[in-house]
Every structure is written in C-alpha cells, then in structure tokens.
Design a protein around this ligand. Structure first.
Ligand SMILES: Cc1cc2nc3c(=O)[nH]c(=O)nc-3n(C[C@H](O)[C@H](O)[C@H](O)COP(=O)(O)OP(=O)(O)OC[C@H]3O[C@@H](n4cnc5c(N)ncnc54)[C@H](O)[C@@H]3O)c2cc1C
Length: 494
C-alpha cells in the first residue's frame, strides 16, 4: 500500500515552504515535491535579495524581529511608518487600480502578522541599509516603503525555510517533477502524478497545494502570452518555472485570472547568461538608473528615469528596454552619482561596466554614435532645472523642454569620469495565473472551488497588473502560502 499524505505541495520555493509550515502546524504528513535537483533548490525565491514588503508603525515595531540591530544604528536610522493604507495605495497606483480588491486586502492586512509568523518559524530579518536607504545629513534615511530583507538574501531565505521545514518533519523530495493531478469524476483533486528518476508514481493526498511558479522560463509560453520579442528576454531566475503546473491547474478546470500578457521584468546586465546565475543571483540587476540617464542604441532616452522611486518603476522598465533596438540600453552616470550606485550590483564580477574620461570616449567604448551621444547628453544637461538633489525623497529636481522628462533627481552628466552599463530585459516572473479565493482555494471557471486544490505564489493571478511594488512577490507567496497550507488541512481526515 502506497503512503498517503495529508498535504502534498508542488514546488519548494517561498510560497511552497510557507504552505508547508502552516500545514505541518495542523497535520503530520506533509510532502513537498520539487522538480529541480537539490543544487537548484529554492526556485526563483533563491535568486531574490530577500526583500519583503511588510507594514509597520516605525522602527520600534520592527525591532523584535530584527537580527543584530545596535542601539547606535537604530539612533542613526530614519524610517517612516508604512501602513496598510500605504501598501494598499501603492498596489492600486502601480497596478492602475486593476488589482483584485479582496486578494489585495488579504495581502495588505496579513503582511505584518505573516512576517512575525515567518520569524517565529526561524526566518531572520535585517534592515536593508545597502539597498533601500541613502545617507542624508548623517542619518540613514529609508525610502520607497521597503525596509526589510532576509539575512543572507534569497539564499538565506531558502536555507532558513528548509531547516524550519526539516525540523518540523516536512519531507522535501527534489528531482520530482509533478506532471499531472489526480482528479475524481466529481472534480475532487486527490493527489498528483510525479515523474522523477524512479519513474512514474501516483501520490495520494488529502489536499494538494500548487506553488510551482509562473511560466517565465518557457520561451514559447512567453511569446504566446506576453507577445512578440518576449522569447528573447533573459530569465533572471530559475530555469524550472516553465508553466506546466499552471497548465495542470487549467486542465483540472481552474479559472485563468489576472494579467496574462503582463510580467515583472527589469534592467538586467546585457552579458548575463540566458537563465539565472546561482552565484551572482540578483547582482546582475541594474537598479540605480534613477541617478543617471538611460539611452538606447540610437542614443535616445526613452523613459523617465526619475518618475518614481526605483521600487515603483523597475518592474515595468524591463519591457521598455525589450522594445528598443536589439533589446539593449545603456545606463549612464558621472563621477557625482557613481558613488551612490548600488555597489554590489555595479561592481559585481563580469558586469558590463565601461569608464571613460569624456562622453565621446564613453560612446566609443559602448559602440554608440559619438556625436549623437554627446548631443543627447548636452540636451539633457541643458534641460536640468535648479533645485536641491536628495535621493532619499522625491526631490522634484527635474528637466524641462525634453521628452521624455526626468521628473526627479535630474543632475547634469558633466563630471568625469563617466560610466556606462549595458543592459537588456531580464524577466523575473509572469503575472497571469489561476484564480483563488480568500482561503487560497483554486476556483473553477464558474467561480466554485475545485475540491482539494489550493494555490499560492507566482501562479496565482489577480494581484499584479502592468507593474509591481518591490518586495511584494515574497510577501504574497508567504501570505497566500500560509493560508493555502492551513486551509488545505481542513478537509483532511487524520
Ligand atoms: C533575480 C530575482 C530577484 C528577485 N528579488 C525579489 C525580492 O527581493 N523580493 C521579492 O518579493 N521578490 C523578488 N523576486 C520575485 C520572487 O522570486 C517571486 O515572487 C517569488 O519567489 C515566487 O515564489 P514562488 O514560491 O511562487 O516561486 P518559486 O520560488 O520560483 O518556486 C517555484 C518552484 O516550483 C518548482 N516547479 C516548477 N514546476 C514544477 C513541477 N512540475 N513539479 C514540481 N515543482 C515544480 C520550481 O522548480 C521552483 O522551485 C525576485 C525574483 C528574481 C528572479
């Protein structure tokens, strides 16, 4: 007689582990099935910076869950509260008010409690001084509503999740791709079919939680749903999120939901490999563009680098880069702004970094038209308006008379040396998915729950449209993973 599990979870990223922790609080036999080999453990979650968007009243509110924050550090830190209303307003603004109201309220309302719960499970948090603050008048001032990260980034996140799961008796099986769902005549999902090294195996369970990621690593699905050219984007994370878990859910009757033609995609090093680099992980991101200007191969600017804090523009600017000739762009800075760049990203090994003592020389090194780049920089410099530059606030220091404008942090590029970084589009994850209800139950096309089937993480649709507030992916996976894991145990006969 084959072993039967209380809950089977498909995938072993952040959403799956969150489901596992919640399930094993209530039932004993919890199994995670992960397609990737152990060396590729952690899905996209491994590649993250571990940045996680949560709500808080101020530094005092966060202190109980912070690792190693000294009194001196705390005294030198300026951090405004980030409330549920702020989080909700950010979600509504960046998704152009399309985000599902019920799901977004759950995300926003559960964020703080879920963060504390993750901490109780063994996840370790820190303030992201390096990524999310600038020094202003002797203080570290945080910006953009995102302050918390896991200790050790995505790697730390997955190590901490894995050790918490192992301690509580959750089984994790790698090299175990799930290829279909077991479903009764009445629609009840009763398990999965897994096709690992040992061959095809039917695994029965009281309930199944799907947390197998989106379709970002499948070029054919990208071209089919996101549109022409998307097959050419580089994949920032795991090569294993190829959409088959989504397809299985749809075949079982799940309702497609959310922004199927939309995704999270950013400025990514032009020389990056086609899929994620386990060593450099997120360091191939190039996210300091609000401090400089961005031009394409024709030396034209094509986006407002200072439209908002990076956290609210970066996820949609990858698509803008993909539309440019040869899907390439160049981020340009000078000696005034170079020290403010995120040094981890801009000085990482193998980065496409160029330095020159004049703009003309920089153009030559980047393979751009020398006269044309000089003209673009001159025009930009002349358009910069007076005002005080402050990277920690939206300083309103802007350009006038050029298109597109630069709305904040506009400084002329005039102090040598000059720096150029070649970037392309790196896709992070896809926004389209299946529809779930407040209990993370997968809904069918008529809006009724498919019995025994739950979902969390990237493969849930309805939260993100067009754009995304940084750090929300991990939080959404944790909030809905926790719900899915808990609710999945309710029908289980022990
Ligand atoms: C470079 C990078 C940096 C990022 N930085 C951040 C950040 O700092 N903060 C943030 O909030 N978000 C960030 N994100 C987004 C974040 O990674 C995702 O939102 C989140 O990790 C998704 O979690 P998940 O559990 O749904 O998916 P994943 O972590 O990708 O897990 C899905 C798992 O399912 C497995 N799987 C797929 N198919 C099958 C199958 N057939 N059978 C079994 N298993 C299967 C995959 O192998 C994978 O391990 C980043 C992403 C990348 C790529």
């Amino acid at each position: 007689m084959k072993e039967r599990y209380d809950v089977v979870i498909v995938g072993a990223g952040n959403a799956a582990f969150s489901a596992a922790h919640a399930a094993v609080e209530r039932v004993r036999k919890v199994l995670m099935l992960e397609k990737a080999p152990r060396e590729w453990a952690g899905g996209n979650s491994y590649f993250t910076a571990g940045a996680i968007r949560t709500t808080y009243d101020g530094l005092q509110d966060l202190r109980p869950i912070l690792d190693n924050l000294t009194g001196d550090q705390a005294a030198a830190t300026e951090l405004d509260p980030y409330t549920r209303e702020d989080f909700m307003a950010d979600m509504e603004r960046v998704t152009e008010r399309r985000c599902d109201k019920e799901l977004t309220e759950i995300l926003v309302n559960d964020a703080a409690d879920t963060t504390r719960w993750l901490h109780e499970k063994g996840l370790r948090f820190r303030l992201m001084y390096d990524r999310q603050s600038f020094e202003v008048a002797g203080k570290r001032r945080f910006w953009g509503g995102l302050v918390l990260g896991t200790v050790g980034g995505g790697q730390g996140l997955i190590e901490q999740h894995t050790s918490a799961a192992e301690k509580s008796g959750v089984k994790v099986r790698y090299d175990s791709p799930v290829v279909s769902l077991l479903q009764e005549e009445d629609g009840m999902v009763t398990g999965v079919v897994c096709k690992g090294r040992g061959g095809r195996e039917e695994i029965r369970a009281g309930a199944v939680v799907l947390a197998g990621g989106g379709f970002e690593a499948d070029p054919r699905m990208r071209a089919a749903y996101l549109g022409p050219q998307w097959d050419l984007a580089k994949v920032r994370g795991t090569p294993y999120n190829t959409g088959e878990v989504l397809r299985m859910a749809l075949e079982a009757g799940a309702q497609p939901y959310g922004n199927w033609s939309g995704c999270h995609a950013i400025a990514w090093d032009a020389a990056a490999p086609p899929t994620g680099d386990r060593e450099l992980t997120n360091l191939l991101s190039k996210q300091s563009y609000p401090l400089g200007i961005v031009v394409n191969r024709d030396t034209q600017r094509f986006l407002d680098e200072g439209a908002d804090f990076r956290n609210y523009t970066y996820a949609k600017y990858g698509a803008e880069i993909l539309r440019q000739p040869r899907a390439l762009a160049y981020q340009l800075f000078d000696a005034k702004t170079e020290p403010l760049l995120r040094q981890d990203e801009y000085t990482a090994p193998r980065v496409s970094r160029y330095e020159a003592s004049t703009v003309r020389e920089l153009a030559e090194k980047l393979g751009l038209s020398v006269d044309a780049l000089e003209q673009t920089v001159d025009e930009f410099n002349s358009a910069v308006q007076p005002g005080a530059f402050n990277p920690a606030i939206k300083d309103g220091k802007h350009t006038e008379g050029i298109h597109p404008p630069k709305s904040n942090w506009a400084l002329p590029l005039d102090k040598p040396p000059f720096y150029g970084f070649a970037v392309t589009c790196g896709i992070t994850f896809t926004f389209g998915g299946v529809r779930v209800d407040a209990a993370a139950r997968v809904l069918d096309r008529a809006g009724a729950p498919i019995p025994g089937l739950y979902a969390a993480g990237e493969l849930v649709g309805g939260l993100f449209y067009h754009n995304y507030p940084g750090g929300s992916g991990l939080m959404a996976g944790a909030v809905f993973g926790r719900r899915a894991g808990a609710k999945a145990t309710e029908g289980v006969v022990r």
